[in-house]
Design a protein around this ligand. Structure first.
Ligand SMILES: C[S@@+](CC[C@H](N)C(=O)[O-])C[C@H]1O[C@@H](n2cnc3c(N)ncnc32)[C@H](O)[C@@H]1O
Length: 274
């Protein structure tokens, strides 16, 4: 289905030689595919090899001009992929349309594929665990951080779907740059478990190994009892007295930075494009 839809999204004829209507393709896939909302989400998804059966805009020349300006590496792929429709139709399909007025649908990577990546050994970068996170925006921000630092993946426990459209929006399409899955605590990937908690041992005296599993608690209640019981190390981020805690995503950022700072060879400080 994805192959023939990919042809339809590009506006080219299908295998049967009949051009499929991209709006019809969208309607058929919307319930089962990941919404990429806006230029940046689509750009990142393309860069990290997401399968994108259909992409729509009301102004293709404007999107291609934006690509030329911000991300010329994806202009050619967008030119092939983007189909034009009128703005009323587009807004009916995507009610909270991003200001860049472009949207696409991508295939969600399979759970089996993600679990395979998360379990692969030896691991060259940590896995981030969000233990029962509640805030969709925080989860998206964490996925963006994990992608930026080249983490192996982000797993969540609890009921939040890490592929929820609001999380994907917050992650700027970078779900495709790391392995994102929901698991239960007993199924966490193998590796030394460093659980972040304000009462733990100061992170500045610790080296975080590449195969670490880095766990962060829920915004409201911190680490669950189940996760604490599994932890090999309880680790704190420096914080002045009278401040209760840091924001969840900020804590992940500091911890990944601490891991990466011992490995200047791994990541360059600047990527070619912000
Ligand atoms: C907003 S905090 C949770 C606050 C919560 N009221 C509690 O009791 O822990 C979310 C998560 O960020 C991490 N975190 C926040 N501040 C931290 C600190 N100073 N040291 C270590 N981890 C911290 C922890 O993993 C925490 O569970």
């Amino acid at each position: 289905m994805a192959d023939s839809a990919a042809v339809a999204g590009s506006g080219r004829p299908s295998r049967a030689g009949v051009a499929e209507d991209p709006v019809r393709v969208w309607r058929g896939l919307a319930g089962s595919h990941v919404l990429l909302d806006g230029f940046h989400a689509l750009k990142h998804a393309l860069r990290f090899d997401a399968r994108i059966p259909v992409a729509l805009t009301a102004d293709k020349p404007a999107v291609l001009a934006l690509a030329e300006d911000l991300a010329p590496d994806v202009t050619a792929a967008l030119d092939v992929l983007l189909a034009e429709t009128d703005e009323v139709t587009l807004r009916a399909l995507v009610p909270r349309l991003h200001p860049t007025a472009v949207a696409a649908l991508a295939v969600r990577p399979s759970r089996a594929a993600n679990l395979g990546v998360l379990e692969r050994a030896p691991r060259s970068a940590p896995v981030v665990v969000l233990d029962d996170p509640r805030n969709l925006g925080n989860a998206g921000a964490v996925i963006r951080l994990a992608a930026g630092f080249g983490a192996t993946g982000v797993v969540t426990t609890g009921t939040l779907d890490p592929w929820h459209p609001t999380v994907v929006r917050g992650g700027a399409g970078l779900h495709f740059a790391t392995a994102v899955e929901r698991v239960d605590v007993p199924e966490l990937p193998a590796g030394p478990l460093f659980a972040l908690d304000a009462e733990g041992e100061d992170i500045r005296g610790l080296e975080i190994p590449d195969d670490a599993v880095l766990a962060f608690g829920s915004e409201r209640s911190g680490l669950s009892a189940g996760l604490r019981a599994r932890a090999d190390h309880l680790v704190s981020l420096p914080m002045r007295p009278q401040v209760s805690s840091y924001n969840l995503a900020t804590s992940v950022g500091m911890t990944l930075f601490h891991w990466s700072s011992g490995r200047p060879d791994r990541l360059t400080a600047r990527q070619p494009e912000a």
